[in-house]
Design a protein around this ligand. Structure first.
Ligand SMILES: Cc1cc2nc3c(=O)[nH]c(=O)nc-3n(C[C@H](O)[C@H](O)[C@H](O)COP(=O)(O)O)c2cc1C
Length: 343
């Protein structure tokens, strides 16, 4: 199975949910939440696409970067490339139900592991989805990360304990799920957190704690203050609030504020290996990807996910040769021209 097969099969099997467009730009799926799109007019999703497109890479070939190393270490874990699979829940409601939640979780957790990286598993208003993710991670020997909704602190800490029992390597919270008012209807309220709330959660575990959904330097600094280990600069793929900035626009100022003090992850429209290089050049330590991994899972379960990630790694390797980067550390702002910053 190659990446062409993945896209073709996913397109057939996700009919009405995802067109697997040549450019995954949020246009055809605008407003499809639930579904694969962005909220409202889809502007925040489209903005992720446009902002990343506005980052251009600098082609250089007179150098010695002949066999670059794509590997990195993130929060104590060695990964074959600077990419982690993003948390995704709701296979039925979002992807058309070709896979059950359990099959989806197994596909991403096992496929990510086989490709030399790790999957995040998510949380939702349906408590059994969180359990499905943890079960997959447990079966994979703990190779995975649990991302919990911003529930009341006691409920978060209870789910961290469940994750520890499953053997996960890290835990975290998608704090940008704070506005999911529907969760209150199911008796599972979510909401924003104070620094004290976060510090209490962080103290409840020895595992690295990741805060997903940070879009400003000020909040990145608050995450540092709370003792959080990593942030994900993310607007949740444009799914929680329309009209936000694109991640590629928000990231540089955040990196200037907290780089070196906290691990910086970023997500939003990573669709080929060179996109990983762009986000790292903008200040991220590593990236997440969701929608392409969904295509992989739907097309070929574990093998499909591995194909997507292997393709990312091969493309990144080529992009590193053609920009003169021997390793991930040497990917810096000299490798790009950021048109978002040109006034
Ligand atoms: C169908 C779908 C379901 C998602 N579910 C979750 C979730 O349960 N928890 C979470 O933190 N993020 C969730 N996300 C957001 C992704 O983790 C990610 O932040 C976002 O999609 C941006 O990455 P992408 O552009 O590569 O898709 C979901 C995204 C999609 C498309």
């Amino acid at each position: 199975m190659d990446i062409k097969d993945v896209k073709q099969l996913a397109r057939e099997r996700m009919k009405g949910y995802c067109n697997v467009c040549r450019e995954c730009n949020g246009v055809a799926c605008a407003g499809q939440v639930p579904g694969m799109g962005g909220a409202g007019t889809g502007d925040a999703f489209k903005r992720n696409f446009e902002a990343l497109k506005n980052v251009k890479v600098v082609l250089r070939t007179l150098h010695n970067s002949k066999d670059p190393d794509t590997g990195i270490e993130v929060l104590g874990q060695k990964l074959s490339l600077p990419l982690i699979t993003a948390p995704v829940t709701g296979s039925g409601i979002n992807m058309g139900g070709y896979l059950t939640e359990e099959q989806y979780c197994d596909a991403v957790v096992e496929g990510s592991k086989a490709a030399g990286t790790m999957a995040m598993v998510g949380d939702s208003g349906k408590p059994e989805f969180y359990v499905a993710g943890l079960d997959s991670v447990k079966r994979a020997g703990g190779e995975g990360i649990a991302i919990i909704k911003p529930r009341e602190n006691d409920a978060v800490i209870e789910r961290i304990k469940m994750a520890e029992e499953a053997g996960v390597k890290m835990v975290g919270m998608d704090i940008d799920g704070a506005g999911l008012v529907t969760m209150a209807l199911f008796g599972q309220p979510v909401g924003p957190k104070s620094v004290e709330d976060l510090a209490q959660i962080k103290k409840s575990t020895d595992l690295p704690f990741i805060l997903k959904g940070i879009m400003t330097p000020e909040e990145a600094e608050l995450a540092v203050e709370a003792g959080v280990d990593a942030i994900v600069v993310s607007n949740h793929g444009g799914r929680v609030l329309n009209h936000t900035m694109g991640v590629a626009e928000a990231l540089p100022a955040i990196a200037r504020a907290v780089k070196g003090k906290i691990t910086i992850l970023a997500d939003g429209n990573v669709r080929e290996g060179v996109d990983i290089l762009k986000y790292i050049a903008l200040g991220a330590d590593a990236v997440l990807a969701a929608r392409p991994v969904i295509w992989g899972a739907v097309a070929g379960n574990e093998d499909g996910v591995k194909t997507v990630i292997d393709t990312f790694r091969n493309q990144l390797y080529q992009a590193m040769i053609l920009t003169g980067c021997n390793d991930v550390k040497s990917i810096d702002e000299s490798k790009i021209v950021n048109l978002n910053a040109v006034k």
